[in-house]
Design a protein around this ligand. Structure first.
Ligand SMILES: [Mn+2]
Length: 333
């Protein structure tokens, strides 16, 4: 599994962190987080372009690509306080979805088995199947709960005659036993898909899906509090899957299947911070960023910040920083 690199742009790393080769067992073992690019859009049902997502997420920033990002509120520099390295893109041949997803699963499993947290940059959401499977292969089938941000449930059965696609990974994960349906928490669903048959299947699995109207009424934090309790029951690890289309298209226009009425970018960042500070996160993916449909790099900036917020919160958790950053920024320091 040699470094693949430069098919979709120069072989750069996430904000200038050190590169790593997935064959380098020693370097993997020393890592806390390994960034993995999944440049694949063969699972999209509508607008494509997410094969360019990893490249955009890695580099879209107005600050230098210098491997350092001190967080204003958490007072950590995730890219230095944690050992964050970037394995580059996995070779995922377009038009060969099973081979592409298989290669990614192997890469994610390798990172997980080395004791590091994979941070996978998509790519369309079909990659959640190999991402969460790779993590569950190490932590144990049924031992990893899922917190899934999305406009869509992604629990479709057969689409376009195939078991694999960006509308189906969550069903495949439950069917295979990698994840438990009753430890599957979905945040931000809305709109007009899937239909009643699929919703019935989801209810049979005891999935818990927080639709936008419920989140609006109860508040995102109250929904997260409830989700966290379910996530930690009989599971000792959490996979966080962020489909950028969970945000309103005004906050994330560069995506394949935009659905009006979503979370704000602020809400998503706050939620990601809470999840990575408060839960034992073992794997993350950030998916469905499609640069050809983006405007003023709004979506790429957001996805870059979702990654940084997650990394900063992981660093704060690792270093036992317990101060509540909700207070005044400079008081009492
Ligand atoms: Mn999705």
């Amino acid at each position: 599994m040699t470094r693949y690199g430069a098919q979709f742009g120069p072989d750069i790393t996430f904000l200038g962190v050190d590169p790593v080769d997935l064959d380098d067992a020693e370097a993997l073992a020393a890592a806390d987080v390994v960034v993995v690019g999944a440049p694949f859009d063969g699972g999209t049902s509508h607008r494509p372009g997410t094969r360019f997502g990893p490249m955009a997420i890695r580099q879209t920033d107005y600050l230098p690509q210098d491997g350092s990002r001190p967080h204003l509120a958490l007072r950590v520099d995730a890219l230095r306080d944690l050992r964050v390295v970037d394995a580059g893109d996995v070779e995922m041949p377009p038009g060969e979805i099973e081979r592409a997803l298989g290669a990614l699963e192997q890469a994610v499993y390798r990172v997980s088995a080395a004791g590091a947290i994979p941070l996978v940059l998509g790519g369309d959401h079909s990659i959640a199947l190999p991402d969460a499977t790779g993590v569950a292969r190490h932590h144990g089938y049924g031992k990893v709960s899922m917190i899934h941000f999305d406009a869509h449930a992604d629990t479709g059965d057969i689409e376009f005659g195939s078991l694999y696609g960006h509308g189906q990974p969550m069903r495949r994960l439950i069917e295979s036993g990698a994840l438990r349906g009753d430890r599957f928490l979905q945040m931000g669903l809305r709109g007009y898909w899937p239909g009643p048959e699929t919703l019935d299947w989801m209810a049979e699995q005891d999935m818990r899906s927080y639709e936008m109207t419920e989140i609006g009424k109860r508040g995102l934090d109250a929904c997260l509090d409830e989700a966290f309790e379910i996530a930690l029951d009989e599971c000792d690890a959490v996979f966080l899957s962020v489909d950028i289309d969970v945000c309103d298209p005004g906050h994330a226009p560069g995506t394949g299947t935009p659905e009006p009425g979503g979370l704000s970018s602020r809400q998503l960042l706050d939620a990601v911070r809470r999840i990575c500070r408060e839960l034992p996160v073992a794997g993350i993916d950030v998916v469905e960023v499609s640069p050809p449909y983006d405007h003023a790099e709004i979506t790429a900036y957001l996805a870059n910040r979702v990654c940084l917020e997650a990394l900063s919160a992981l660093a704060a958790r690792r270093h036992g920083i317990s101060h509540d950053p909700a207070g005044p920024l400079l008081e009492g320091r």
